[in-house]
Design a protein around this ligand. Structure first.
Ligand SMILES: [Zn+2]
Length: 381
């Protein structure tokens, strides 16, 4: 199985190189818009015939080198294909920001210290900071794809897709099941095959989120351009902070479990189920987004460790008795944080119950032989 992640690195550009880079990226962007207009009129998405029709203009009008001209065609074709796939109609893409797509080993090369690329003025070598991505330079294991050079707030960044092959985790190899319940009081509560529970407290996160929320509200009330700018910046900062938390939590989950672990998560893709997890006052967009982000990160890291993640039906996971299967709302006393089964009397802290039920559903999933559906309904319902 191939998995791909995007590595982002900042590139150091000396003042005298800035102009060269800027001109190259601007011309590339302009050429993309030129090709996009032509494709919009002709609906032609074939590289060969586009090349025939536009190559001369790309060389003469935009001064592109041959390889850059090919890259522009590829970029525009790919963008149209994505639009057609998602929106099913011809919409002209707008390449508004300066950009430049670079093919590995042809248009760019990258070592741990230097990034070198083709520009309109020849090859340029730039220092870059690749800290934290040392392992990707093992090209036996990882390969770099077509990178995108972008400019943001006057700084230059390179986004590189990094692909690696990992052996697929087979259900038959699974030696450990972990139910992972996402929530507010606990970021995650877990329950595993050794019948051990684990918790990551959400208290500090809850406080910080509340702080961001009041800051956002304050800025929203002020209708000035600078408040709007700050609002956007605060949103981005909260976003980065949340991603960082999710990175740490998912990393810890994968590292504290052996290879061939099956992580069982609730399927929160339905809007209703995502919001039902969260009390009304906590229901704002960043919570469900954060749940989703954690899941994506866990899926990626699990795959790297030959483990896998399944999603199961989220209904009743907090009301079902993990021992006898009896399902009743009254089993759970939300205020006292106690779960007490009305049928068999099993009693536990209510935060464990969700994770225990998810664990149980993971075991059921493994017990079912053929034709496994994506979403598994617990057997006692
Ligand atoms: Zn019971």
């Amino acid at each position: 199985m191939q998995i791909t992640t995007t590595a982002k690195i900042q590139v150091q550009v000396l003042p005298e190189q800035r102009e060269l880079l800027d001109v190259t990226m601007d011309k590339y962007r302009d050429a993309c818009n030129f090709v996009a207009s032509y494709v919009f009129q002709t609906h032609d998405l074939k590289q060969l015939s586009l090349n025939k029709a536009l190559y001369y203009d790309l060389r003469k009008r935009f001064g592109l080198k041959s390889q850059m001209a090919q890259s522009v065609l590829k970029t525009v074709i790919a963008r149209y294909k994505t639009i057609l796939e998602n929106q099913h109609e011809w919409i002209k893409p707008d390449f508004s920001k300066p950009q430049y797509d670079l093919v590995w080993n042809r248009d760019y090369s990258l070592s741990q210290e230097f990034f070198s690329l083709n520009t309109l003025g020849g090859r340029v070598k730039l220092p870059c900071f690749t800290g934290g991505m040392e392992k990707y330079f093992d090209h036996e294991r990882y390969s770099f794809g077509t990178a995108k050079l972008v400019k943001k707030h006057g700084k230059y960044f390179l986004h590189i897709p990094v692909t690696t092959d990992v052996p697929e985790s087979l259900d038959a190899d699974i030696c450990n099941v972990v139910g992972v319940d996402r929530g507010i009081n606990f970021v995650v509560a877990t329950y595993d095959s050794k019948h051990k529970s684990g918790f990551v407290s959400g208290k500090a996160i809850k406080q910080k989120r509340a702080k961001y929320k009041s800051l956002r509200r304050e800025l929203q009330q002020r209708q000035t351009p600078s408040a709007r700018r700050r609002l956007r910046a605060v949103g981005q900062r909260e976003n980065r902070w949340m991603q960082d938390v999710n990175h740490c939590v998912s990393k810890a989950l994968v590292e504290s479990n052996p290879k061939h672990t099956l992580f069982v998560l609730e399927d929160l893709s339905g809007v209703r189920s995502a919001t039902e997890k969260v009390r009304r006052k906590d229901r704002y967009i960043s919570v469900s987004w954060s749940f989703y982000d954690l899941e994506q990160k866990l899926k990626y890291k699990a795959a790297l460790n030959e483990s896998s993640v399944i999603n199961v039906d989220p209904r009743y996971t907090s009301q079902t008795c993990p021992v006898c299967g009896h399902t009743e709302k009254a089993n759970r006393d939300k205020k006292k944080h106690i779960f007490c089964c009305k049928s068999c009397g099993y009693t536990s802290n209510d935060d464990r119950i969700g994770a225990m039920n998810l664990y149980r559903m993971g075991i059921n999933y493994l017990a079912m032989d053929s034709q496994v559906p994506d979403t598994v309904v617990p057997q006692h319902i």
